[in-house]
Ligand binder design. Sequence first.
Ligand code: SF4
Length: 362
Amino acid sequence: MMDVLGPSPRPATAPRPASLFDHTPDTLGALLAEWRQPAYRARQVLEWAFLHGAECYEAMSNLPRDLRARLAAELPLYQSVIARRQESADGTTKLLLRWADGSTSECVLIPDGERRTVCVSTQVGCPVGCVFCASGLGGLQRQLSAAQIVEQAMRVRAACGGEARLSNVVFMGLGEPLANFDATLAAVRTINADWGLGIGARKITVSTVGLPRQMRRLADEKLQITLALSLHAPTDELRQQIIPWAERVTIESLIEACNYYFAATGREVTLEYILLGGLNDAEPQARALASVARRMRSNVNLLLYNPVEGLPFRRPTDRAAQNFLAALREAGINAHLRRSRGLDIDAACGQLRRREHADRTG
Ligand code: SF4
């Protein structure tokens, strides 16, 4: 089996307007030095943006007026507007952001006790095309820049209580993060940085459908982030039926990549498994999944499928889900059944975008 990157995503080239959220203290310092500003200005600007949540340069009251004006003219801070907002009775809040080119991205706040998790997208649309997923239906439109990924977390934070701290960030929204590798990595660094969102590496999860070469590349960065692998099927045959990219990536090659990740980082890879009623939720499949998980040293998160209008897949019965979980645990796997959140809003990724598109096109 080739260690492929996955079917080459060949995304449309993204317009990448420079934004403040693309910068680090060093790069911003260099830019401001060209503008003949003192060295401390970069930290000041980043503090306003990240620590105080300033949404425009005008609010950065201790910056000289002419600097604020120049920044506003030459370095966009926020690039999106909030096109839609949906709140679930359980507190889950989903935002649909519209970018200057008219494309849209979803991001979600998932509060759970003390935990405030934001889920961000890494691409506009998704190239993978999982058959059960709303996002896969429209294909990939373009990559998101690092700044646009970071901006989603900032928008969610601002929309949900301003300076309240986010505790976790998961790269599990629309898109395949590792097919937008550089932007994802830069966004992870900014989200983790003490001058950025300041979220601990272990509280950051990057989810992938499984690109072995990129998983190794991420491992080589030796970050302490969590890598989550969307397996969704315990055999190549079934996996290929539901994840088109699995046609060129065997489970065996994913086991090797996960073991490489563990060896390089000391971090266990988490397996994500969406239970689809009648398709991958039988007990023999749980036992097959257990043997894969054991070889990857992975724990398993089970998720109940949220039905998508127009797609022929259904949620498993509670009994099937409980039996599946029990079979994994009996086989010695650390497994959890995650609660579905935001069921009363368009909770599954991609659904809010689809609804917006349908409304706009009549
Ligand atoms: S499930 Fe994830 S990887 Fe698959 S099509 Fe949807 S967004 Fe893409």
